[in-house]
Design a binder for this molecule. Sequence first.
Ligand SMILES: Nc1ncnc2c1ncn2[C@@H]1O[C@H](COP(=O)(O)OP(=O)(O)OP(=O)(O)O)[C@@H](O)[C@H]1O
Length: 259
Amino acid sequence: MSTETNTLRRQDGTGSPGPALRLEAVVKEYGKGGRAVRALDGVTVGIERGSFTAVMGPSGSGKSTFLHCAAGLDRPTGGAAHIGDTALAGMNETRLTELRRKRVGFVFQAFNLIPALSVRENVELPLRLAGERLDPAWLEEILTRVGLAGRAGHRPAELSGGQQQRVAIARALITRPDVIFGDEPTGALDTVTAKEILSLLRSCVDTTGQTVVMVTHDPVAASYADTVLFLADGRIADTMRAPTADRVADRMTHLGAWA
Ligand SMILES: Nc1ncnc2c1ncn2[C@@H]1O[C@H](COP(=O)(O)OP(=O)(O)OP(=O)(O)O)[C@@H](O)[C@H]1O
């Protein structure tokens, strides 16, 4: 399949043109020789700006490897990954670190906040690490958007799990990244709180055109996305637009995910 035919578009067709993220024939092998594991086996996909994409697949199908290669956390063995127009191949570690700080945001299952820092300081951290100027109005806007304007001085331990994940989302938004990557962002939350976090991610996409790519095992979480990519044995086995939880669960069953 060509990149063009594989480019994922928003359902309503709005947002800037051009993919936020592009993988071309990406291969990732771990180990060498007879013991090598091919975790990604020629993945080609473009992810449109302002879209919400869920990545699903059976255990070991390559979801984490996909996310790591797409976000510049790991280097593909073959093929090419781009964030916007920037090719990740050939970047040295310093430039890759800079790219990860400025151009992508991460939201993990375990929140990964700094306990000694306040909400405000946690959110500011990526800008400080990147040596960039803080725009106080933008910080306030983000804190308001994630519903934490009144909690800016609190420490993470004083917040619920859902509130802590809101801090992580605010921290991901602060650099106005090309893409926010979520790795099971609702995996540690109860059902009601998970829905609030998914609605927040959805509204980041809908109101500001943020691009979100989220690995999940949960068909309900995937149903918040515009498109679901299904991985199997390191390849894109299927793409589903306008997903519902039932259709996603059905597709996963056919991929043998819950056999
Ligand atoms: N560092 C590594 N060294 C060797 N093999 C690895 C490494 N990381 C992943 N693999 C292998 O690559 C394949 C894909 O792994 P990956 O973690 O990307 O799958 P996944 O779909 O995210 O799985 P899960 O849903 O269980 O988290 C698996 O066979 C895994 O064992």
